[in-house]
Write a protein that binds this ligand. Structure first.
Ligand code: NDP
Ligand code: GDR
Length: 378
């Protein structure tokens, strides 16, 4: 049985990857940070009681900023494959916590490589590094491929740039099987709530149900190449199954503005939104409702804020330096890995919008019924 170790297993990609590898018959170990709450919602369905026999999934407390801990975990678990997904992954937050981000995302990658080297496991263990399209930053050329020059535009991207090059360096210096997946944005119903897609799908559900008045966002004109996390974790695995370690771009090749993502999300709920104004004065207003669709989804037509502004710009969400346009060229992955995405953007938006509508309805129902933690504070 192959053994995998996933850092960042409690995150979006960690959860999809763990599920994927378990289905492939792997024993999956995961590194989890200690937190005051469980923080395992995304992987609770995979959890196995370690007292039971036939264990194939195990969590270990650890942190990318703690090298002795990483050495111990790697020694104990003896992984054939390490997927280094752990990171402070929020670009805007990296401007507030640049030093921590450099430590976890940059030096953290070095710690994983060094642990494998110190333990003499360079010939046994293959390493996948979660690199990012944020490396391209200030647009040099589009679509962006493995040969497009990097120009990082945030402390996050600069930290990931170190991670990228230290992987290349260890591969060349010590003949390690270590590779970078340069993944463009990928989302899902379990995407973190402060990334723009999930923020939009949650807010749209709340607005449609009359539980929120307005969605406040930053740069509406930013363009991203959005795929589905489920497709992207398969590419991570494929990268570690090749004869020779190489770096790959993973993307859909289609780019969309944040503004259009908002329109698509509301349209999924039967609500048409029109934008007007410029820069921080831009507004989104509901101009029409597809009554049949809204009724199918159980929305209260009378409560829909028809004609009202439901999207506003708050400059606090602007970034000191922005990445304006990302569009990836994944033809190398298609040729060498045989990888192509199964989801397109409309399918992704639909899945996220409907999932959040159900979640918001459920939370509202539980809260009104007196079954949430909020009731302890009343
Ligand atoms: P998430 O933010 O959802 O998950 C990040 C994971 O890293 C969480 O499990 C988090 O733990 C863990 N983590 C954070 N800091 C540390 C630390 N110091 N030590 C140990 N664990 C830590 O990110 P995604 O799943 O979306 O992304 C996975 C990786 O891929 C990240 O490295 C990200 O930068 C990169 N990436 C993501 C893309 C995307 O579009 N999703 C695109 C390209 C790259 P906790 O739950 O405790 O916070
Ligand atoms: P990104 O994702 O920075 O591309 O990093 P995010 O969803 O945060 O932003 C995408 C674009 O939307 C604009 N935007 C907003 N962003 C957020 N979060 N909140 C807002 O209100 C908002 N309004 C507009 C942003 O300015 C940006 O242009 C993600 C992360 O997963 C990284 O870890 C990963 O490396 C890259 O994708 C590829």
């Amino acid at each position: 049985m192959k053994i995998a170790l996933i850092t960042g297993i409690t995150g979006q990609d960690g959860a999809y990857l763990a599920e994927f590898l378990l289905k492939k018959g792997y024993f999956v170990h995961g590194v989890k940070r200690r937190a005051s709450l469980f923080n395992t919602d995304r992987i609770d369905h995979l959890y196995q009681d370690p007292h039971e026999s036939g264990l194939k999934f195990q969590l270990h407390y650890g942190d990318l900023t703690d090298s002795t801990n990483l050495i111990r975990i790697i020694q104990e678990t003896q992984p054939d494959e390490i997927y280094n997904l752990a990171a402070q992954s929020h670009v805007k937050v990296s401007f507030d916590t640049p030093e921590y981000t450099a430590n976890a995302d940059g030096i953290g990658t070095l710690r994983v490589l060094e642990a494998v080297r110190i333990l003499g496991m360079t010939k046994k263990t293959r390493i996948y590094q979660a690199s990012t399209s944020e490396l391209y930053g200030l647009v040099q050329a589009v679509p962006q491929s493995e040969t497009t020059p990097f120009y990082p535009r945030s402390p996050y991207a600069v930290a990931k740039m170190y991670g990228y090059w230290i992987i290349v360096n260890y591969r060349e210096a010590y003949d390690m099987y270590a590779c970078n997946g340069i993944l463009f944005n990928h989302e899902s119903p379990i995407r973190g709530e402060t990334f723009v897609t999930r923020k939009i799908t949650r807010a749209a559900a709340k607005i449609a149900l009359g539980l929120q008045n307005c969605l406040y966002v930053g740069n509406l004109s930013a363009q991203r190449d959005w795929g589905h996390a489920k497709d992207y974790v398969e590419a991570m695995w494929l990268m570690l199954q090749q004869e020779k370690a190489e770096d790959f771009v993973i993307a859909t090749g289609v780019t969309t503005t944040v503004r259009d993502f908002i329109k698509m999300t509301f349209a999924e709920l039967g609500i048409e939104v029109e934008f007007s104004g410029k820069d921080e004065y831009e507004r989104g207003v509901i101009i029409d409702v597809d009554k049949q669709r809204a009724e199918e989804l159980g929305l209260d037509l009378a409560a829909l804020p028809y004609g009202q502004t439901i999207v506003k710009v708050d400059p606090k969400y602007f970034r000191p330096t922005e990445v304006d346009l990302l569009i990836g060229d994944a033809s190398k992955a298609q040729q060498k890995l045989g990888w192509t995405p199964k989801y397109d953007l409309p399918a992704l938006v639909k899945e996220m919008a409907i999932s959040d509508l159900h979640l918001v309805k459920k939370d509202d129902y539980l809260q009104k019924g007196g079954f949430t933690i909020l009731n302890y504070f009343e």
